[in-house]
Design a protein around this ligand. Sequence first.
Ligand SMILES: Cc1ncc(COP(=O)(O)O)c(C=O)c1O
Length: 414
Amino acid sequence: MSTIPHSLIREFPEPEITLAEWTRTMKRSVLREMLAVVSRPGILSFAGGLPDPKLFPVKEFAEAVSQVLASDAKALQYGPPFLPLKRHIVALMAQRGVICSEDQVFITTGAQQALNVLTHLFLNDGGQVLIEELVYSGIQQAIAPFNPDILTVTTDLQQGMDVDKVEVHLLAGSRPSFLYAISEAHNPLGVTLSRDRKQQLVALARQYGLPIIEDDPYGLLRYESSAASPMRALDEEWVFYVGSFSKILAPALRLGWIVAPEFLVSKLTVIKESSDLETSAFIQRSVSAYLDAGHLPAHLDRLRQTYRLRRDTMLEAMAREFPPSARWTRPTGGMFIWVELPGHVDTAQLLWPAVEELQVAFIPGTAFEATAGSNRTDAGHRAKNCLRLNFSNCSPDTIEEGIGRLGTLLHKYC
Ligand SMILES: Cc1ncc(COP(=O)(O)O)c(C=O)c1O
């Protein structure tokens, strides 16, 4: 049976030049490399986590950019965080049920930088972190230089992170530097943390003095009316909220934010300065001008409507085309559906026949297993029989076609 080519999973060769110790355990970004290979023309891809570029508000953004360039040369200068943008973020947070002030908003170069900066704020070399067994790989990349001791918990596909297991770690005496949670429309699992579990987690954070990094890039892409606010709405001392414009405007803006206690903002500033001095003034002012013009609500409505239809199209096609032994999540927002196949199936081995023979791509579940750092967890290959599907970047027709092809393959192997 064909498998993923070895070049996609091999380690870096040992260099002659002396590098920092932690780079010895550095893995290639299997996810990125897979994405590069499966993004060939002609491949019908459910692999990436991309918003649909056809939905980018190009015209409105171009107007905002021209206006900024015409009116303010400071847009191209070094400069402090742009206060009017912070005001817009405060208003966006209020839409998520979070009350905060401009002084608590820290602008970053994307959510990924926010994770990096917060990791530097909390984590010592060899320190403990608590993450889910299956999780966004960017958090693993952010913590890897610290050679962390990674504690993991499982995730319930209906209610989110298994909070009882968090408590088990804490009761056993573990004192992680932070816990990382994607509370809404999880990447890759598609699940949203239930209201009860959010409350339980916040209670544990207070009891044990455990900072929570709440990563919420999909919070404004919600396709059902009923939803709970993020954990930051329940606690402003222990919850460090991370937001992003990548999924609601465009990833290339590289613009995100942290909501943190005001007294820590100066420390965050110093940490961030060491990596990029500051987030582009030009981008901050351009996004702020776009928001001033009042375009965002209609744009968000359009995104939600379009992605909701694509999610529903994918779910219906899966129900029709996939074998009865397959199970999957029904996300209330975001961009991903998580699929579990019978235990004997290895989705990494299915990827190549899918790409080569049927020209359809997905990401095998093992790409999301928590494995970074020196102390590998005992998660094993929990996700060997799983895969992640993205529904935001294909038209409904393409989704029907691609799920049909995938169904043919799964019937052969399940
Ligand atoms: C859960 C999660 N956090 C953070 C990011 C990074 O977002 P940004 O583009 O804002 O850096 C992503 C991107 O896919 C993500 O899925």
